[in-house]
Design a binder for this molecule. Structure first.
Ligand SMILES: *Cc1c(COP(=O)(O)O)cnc(C)c1O
Length: 400
């Protein structure tokens, strides 16, 4: 899309069309379809006055130094801003950095933070280690809290209500609009890890102030990069987040940004194919006697399916599996070990299927997350579903 293209016009275009056209430099790179990879530390100023005035313009994409980003970062920022429906975006080196930067930006010594019991493990670890050491107190809350429940949890010094929907490993869908109403009425910012929802959940239409994504997942899409994004919907929030990121020296490699741009071009169709495949696999698993419950928000059997249908336009291919209570952790390990086509690994969103034991890796202190059986997480890739189902069938036979 040319630079002079009216942003209001491109909003009318479909998602796949936008993913194909955004973040492309057009004639600026001699007509090549893709932006180049601009690596660099030193940026030369045209004159001494430009050097003097550069600092004040650093939020205007006026290149002053490598760490402030360059054209490859900006192209990716534009694409992610569009995916999230926000106004500005900051790219950082990992999804975890995208979690910790806004927490550091909005919280200081003496403040209080609320985090869902179901949040991504390393986010929880940041709260209970460094944040605690810095004198920031965190209360973990039941992710299924309603508006009144959230209002009751907010203290006068609560500055951040953190959310993640659905939750990591256990997939509770949160009532984000209700949580945001309670938070905003009491002056707290709403941060959300939107990695699962990607563009199927539009955070700013549901009251979120700062949206976090691990681009490592479906945007990258090929299990070969680590990258994170922090998207906001106001200039004030952008300056706050960007200042925190640059103060701490955060930076993402332009090569990784370039790979994320390449991933974004095909993301809509990958995501659609993988979500459909995941539903086929999940529906099949639901009928198997060894399975107690499938935790996929897009299935009618999910406890918060109604919330999912209200707020999401689709899902993705990551879901939880609860085994029948007669099986122990060792049985679940035998099942996972028997799988031939599923790798055993963390991360997700790539082209390949994964199975990950989650029992024993989930910390809960607010009483949520017990589904009455040992658990694992499946990520469905781009393989043929008949092969994946056959593999799961032979794996389940080990349990009989
Ligand atoms: C993977 C993940 C992250 C962190 O991403 P990395 O790039 O691996 O650091 C954050 N949030 C969620 C929900 C994730 O699944």
């Amino acid at each position: 899309m040319p630079d002079d293209h009216n942003p209001a016009d491109h909003k009318k275009l479909g998602f796949s069309t936008r993913m194909s056209h955004l973040g492309r430099p057009g004639v600026k790179t001699h007509g090549f379809v893709n932006p180049g990879v601009h690596r660099g530390s030193t940026v030369l100023y045209p004159d001494a006055e430009a050097r003097r005035d550069g600092g004040a313009k650093r939020f205007e994409r006026y290149m002053t130094y490598g760490t402030a980003g360059g054209p490859t970062h900006y192209a990716l920022e534009d694409v992610i801003t569009d995916i999230e429906g926000g106004t500005r975006c900051t790219i950082v080196s990992t999804g975890l950095a995208a979690v910790t930067v806004p927490l550091t930006a909005y919280l200081k010594n003496g403040d209080h933070c609320l985090m869902p019991d179901s949040c991504y493990g390393p986010a929880r670890n940041f709260a209970t280690s460094l944040m605690k050491d810095w004198g920031i107190e965190t209360t973990f809350y039941d992710p299924c809290v309603d508006e009144a429940g959230m209002a009751a949890l907010i203290q006068p010094n609560t500055k951040v209500v953190y959310t993640e929907s659905p939750g990591s490993h256990t997939f509770e869908v949160q009532d984000i609009p209700a949580i945001a109403r309670a938070a905003h009425a009491r002056g707290a910012k709403v941060l959300m890890d939107n990695t699962w929802g990607i563009y199927n959940f539009q955070p700013f239409q549901h009251g979120v102030d700062v949206s976090i994504q691990a681009l490592t997942k479906y945007v990258g899409g090929h299990s070969d990069i680590l990258l994170g994004s922090i998207t906001v919907n106001s200039e004030e929030d952008h300056i706050r987040v960007r200042t925190a990121a640059s103060t701490m020296g955060h930076y993402a490699s332009p090569d990784d940004c370039w790979l994320a741009l390449r991933g974004a071009r095909t993301m809509a169709m990958r995501l659609k194919a993988q979500e459909e495949a995941s539903l086929e696999v999940a529906r099949w698993l639901e009928t198997q006697p060894q399975i107690k419950q499938i935790l996929h928000p897009a299935l009618p059997s999910h406890p918060q399916h109604a919330l999912f249908k209200r707020d999401f336009t689709g899902g993705c291919s990551l879901f939880g599996v609860v085994l029948d209570p007669r099986y122990e952790t060792g049985d679940m390990f035998r099942f996972v070990n028997a799988l031939q086509l599923f790798g055993i690994g963390a991360s997700w969103g790539g082209f390949e299927s994964l199975a990950l034991p989650t029992t024993g890796f989930v910390t809960r202190t607010a009483g949520s997350g017990d589904f009455g059986g040992t658990m694992l997480r499946l990520h469905i890739g781009l393989e043929d579903t008949k092969d994946l189902i056959a593999d799961l069938a032979q794996g389940l036979r080990v349990l009989n």
